[in-house]
Design a protein around this ligand. Structure first.
Ligand code: 2DT
Ligand code: MG
Length: 227
């Protein structure tokens, strides 16, 4: 007799620029999954509650300088710290919503201006930024909340954290586009939603992405992919 197996949970990354509505949509989505009887959890990155997260929080909320490569690796370490727990949660049948993941990690670091002494011409490249995350669990779908500059500006202003600056955000926007284009082997991974609508309209489009992820998991072999 075979033991009945629990189908694994789906790994769903929610990405987008600041003010695109990620956290609002993650909260709504978590409630919708739970009220549909689908076990689910939310995991935010950076997770500021862990030891690496404390360092990241200090970096984001102060002007203390820190080497660009070092902080990049810390953000990645913050995800590696969570890896075992992400995998065991998924394998126990619980779906995980990621509020930001490696994609924010890549584009925010690559968006930084080159540092004159170390890298006079080249800011951190996308392949370099991606490399420390190789081996982490791969999302079944990346739901990208796409907001135009115009719509973003209608929303409440930035806070005063280190990356909440218009110029950097503009670079991040372009790099997210490059990343979506570059992932040509994995085009299906990206589910782009127009995030300029009402909260309810956006939630409906996000939900379609979630159903697609759940369908992929159901048709898959039960294993969690790797980056
Ligand atoms: P929140 O505002 O969502 O807390 O993010 N970031 C995020 C990185 O630079 N690298 C990463 O790997 C991740 C996950 C995006 C705080 C800032 O941290 C940036 C905004
Ligand atoms: Mg923020």
């Amino acid at each position: 007799m075979t033991t009945p197996h629990t189908p694994r949970g789906a790994l769903i990354a929610i990405e987008g620029l600041d003010r695109a509505g990620k956290s609002t949509q993650c909260d709504l989505l978590l409630n919708r999954l739970l009220s549909s009887g689908i076990p689910a959890k939310l995991q935010k990155f950076p997770d500021r509650t862990t030891p690496t997260g404390t360092l990241i929080n200090t970096y984001l909320t102060s002007s203390t300088p820190l080497d660009d490569q070092s902080i990049h690796l810390l953000f990645s370490a913050n995800r590696w710290e969570a890896r075992d727990s992400l995998l065991s949660t998924l394998l126990s049948g619980t779906t995980i919503l990621l509020d930001r993941y490696i994609y924010s990690g890549i584009v925010f670091s690559a968006a930084k201006p080159p540092t004159p002494i170390k890298d006079p011409k080249q800011p951190l490249s996308i392949p370099w930024c991606k490399s420390p995350d190789i081996g982490l669990p791969k999302p079944d779908i990346i739901i990208f909340l796409n907001i135009t500059q115009e719509d973003a500006e209608k929303r409440a202003g930035f806070g005063d954290e280190r990356y909440e600056k218009r110029e950097l955000q503009e670079k991040v926007r372009g790099l997210f586009e490059d990343l979506r284009g570059e992932d040509s082997n994995d085009k299906d991974d990206w589910w782009v939603v127009n995030a300029g609508g009402t909260v309810e309209e956006v939630a409906e489009e996000v939900w379609k992405g979630v159903l697609e992820a759940l369908r992929r998991v159901k048709e898959g072999n039960g294993e969690v992919g790797s980056i």
